[in-house]
Design a protein around this ligand. Sequence first.
Ligand code: TXA
Ligand code: MG
Length: 544
Amino acid sequence: MKDTRILKATKENFELAKQEILQGDVVAIPTETVYGLAANAYDEAAIQKIFEAKGRPQDNPLIVHIADLQMLHDVVSEVPETALKLAKAFWGGPLTMILPKNDRIPDAVTAGLDTVGVRMPSHPAAREFIRTCGVPLAAPSANVSGKPSPTTAEHVYYDLHGKINTIIDGGTCEVGVESTVVKVGEDSVEILRPGKISINDFLKVVSTVTIDDGVFTKLDDDRPVASPGMKYQHYSPNANVIMVEGSLSDFCRYVSKSANEKTAVLVFDGEESLFDIPCVTYGRRNDSVMQANRLFDALREIDRREDIQTVFARVPKQEGVGLAVYNRLLRACGFEIVSMEKAVIVGLTGHTGAGKTTVGELFRKDSDFGIVDCDIVSRTVITQPDVKARLVEYFGEEMLLKDGQIDRKALGKRIFANEEDRIFLNSVMFPPITVQINKEVQQLRQKGYHLIVLDAPTLFESGANIICDTIVSVLAPAEIRQERIMSRDNMTAQDALNRMNAQKDDEFYRSRSEFVIENADSPEQLNAQVERIITVLKEKINGN
Ligand code: TXA
Ligand code: MG
């Protein structure tokens, strides 16, 4: 067993680590993509140590890292013009080019191929270290073969401690997924492995970009492959990963149908409130850069949690670096993707007194719609012992009725007159409400409903809007609403106003809704507006 040390990325430490490289040892180094396990690219025996430490199959070639263009000529036998253009555009940076190798590069580096993958990293510590060593460094990702690539020095330590002497700590890798690997043609590139440098980036330099089959599909063992690394299952946590295609609500339905006590989900930031099973997030839904940065740590996080056997993962967008994120997840799940049948979850909300209840009734009359009444959900949640206990602790025993339940009327009065109290109540109520709403949606989906309405006065406040595929808001002029609330709830003008003032303004709803119902005229007008929306929603399901 080696006593693995982690060194800061300083000049003195580079000198120490250089000695190891020149003695024929391996050193783990930071790059802007992932950590690499580096050895002198000219030293065949040192290269063998990389394969041993990682447990890497011998037929999977390594990438050679260079500090400057001068070094490129020490590694390849020719530099085509297109390669030079690409180097100018993207080096230093996360691009690996497959080029004809020269004789100084041993077969062990290229797994016997007559080409070599070359990359000039942008990470200052990587560049400085290669320059200090004075030789090109062959380096695959510094993980145990088959595991997610390391994006921190701690990840490397976790995988390789005892097997290597030295890790240079350069902080968290900025990109988070490995470099784009390309075969260079004449005014064209073929992407063998997607990365941060994307199709659109390449199109600024060459006129044709193609993507190798291995990016999307599982390659047969006996088929010749463009990039040998792409044929292995990769990036896998110990648990079995399955990607579930579809909207968030589809995903939830699949999870509720298929989860057991050893299941976790891998979802986007903010979606964790929907699940009451272990949850790992990997960035915001529309932020591929962030997803790339977080994915590998998220996959490792799954292993850090005990006893998880299956992970259902949300499918990332495939644009830009998103294609790399998708490709890594595909490999993590061994190309297993399931798709869900289409459904539309409709959030129905709006101002109190605006006529939401009437609109809800119109939806209820149509038997194609399943309805989740979020008022009823909140009435159920408030009886949950843990919720009740927290409310009594805060609001006092005087909020309890004789039967031991919370006095909702008194509570309502108090929170609509006091913002701080309202915020507290919401913080206690909304998380379990969202979980319960989601459960009821899934039950309706299982009963065969494809159209589900969440009738939810506090749709946005509770966060339940995130599972909605579309939102319908009901609005009405303030005077009309005040009248309605006073007569409906038997309230004073002031109480009604308090209630109205606690809500968001029209603009808030308008900007977040696909459909806005203006309920200022006759019931017939209201009916007609709802009918129109129902027609459009049905068309969504039928794929028109
Ligand atoms: O960002 C990266 O590229 C990181 C950091 C450390 O630089 N390195 C990395 O190396 O990801 P590795 O070994 O994990 O992946 C190298 C990939 C493999 O898929 C391999 O098959 C491919 O590059 N490759 C290397 N040489 C090749 C060649 N001559 N022809 C085709 N594919 C090659
Ligand atoms: Mg690797």
